[in-house]
Ligand binder design. Structure first.
Ligand code: GSH
Length: 206
């Protein structure tokens, strides 16, 4: 099994999940620009994005949420998936969708500003607008984490792996995490975890 990623990307989430699952995997580090190379588009992911998880049978999974769910299901003993029952499943699907569609995309114009304006003198204005949405989304996550060690409350899950990505991105947004003690405590808890440490180390993020 092989995880394709580039440094500081959302591929850190499945990387952490693979560590937590105790999976036997390798990684392929790319440059961000390589995701648009003809070779990557043809052989790895036509969508031009990471993460991609290449399975042992050659299938290539894309989309953070699908990859996280695949890992949770493939390694049930790691207990990274939803709480039992339909409600647990639906709640996790809903939170993953929120993360992927709302929180993740709030950061995109901040880090990939060139995709949102072709004008050099508009770059700062795009970043400023992104900061307003990031602050709103991260503010909500801060409230959700009140009194909780993990997103699901008492046990870690694939949601925490994705939430941690937003915390690492948040460090690049001035002042974002300063008054957010719940997310700061969560980040500290994650950083102290052996699997998270290993994923960060492998990606050169320590
Ligand atoms: N919907 C995709 C989004 C993935 C995504 O945004 N990946 C970013 C890194 S965080 C990427 O590869 N960007 C490269 C680009 O857009 O050029 C998913 O869930 O996997």
């Amino acid at each position: 099994m092989k995880l394709y990623y580039f440094k500081s990307s959302c591929a850190l989430a499945p990387h952490i999940a693979l560590e937590w699952a105790g999976a036997d995997y390798e990684t392929e580090a790319l440059k961000r620009s390589a995701t648009r190379s003809p070779e990557f588009l043809e052989n790895v992911n036509p969508y031009g994005k990471v993460p991609v998880l290449e399975l042992d049978d050659g299938r290539k999974l894309s989309q953070v949420n699908a990859i996280l769910m695949w890992i949770a299901r493939a390694y049930p003993e790691a207990d990274l998936g939803p709480d039992d029952g339909d409600d647990g499943e639906i709640e996790m699907e809903a939170m993953l969708a929120h993360f992927n569609s709302d929180v993740h995309t709030a950061f995109t114009p901040y880090f990939m500003t060139h995709k949102f304006t072709t004008q050099e003198d508009h770059q700062q204005s795009v970043k400023d607008a992104a900061c307003i949405e990031i602050d709103f989304q991260v503010g909500d996550l801060e409230k959700r984490m009140a009194g909780r060690d993990w997103m699901l409350g008492d046990r870690r899950s694939i949601l925490d792996a994705y939430l941690f990505v937003f915390c690492t991105w948040g460090r690049f947004v001035p002042g974002l995490l300063d008054a957010r003690p719940n997310l700061k405590a969560f980040s500290k808890r994650m950083a102290a975890d052996a699997g998270v440490h290993s994923a960060l180390e492998q990606q050169g993020l320590l």
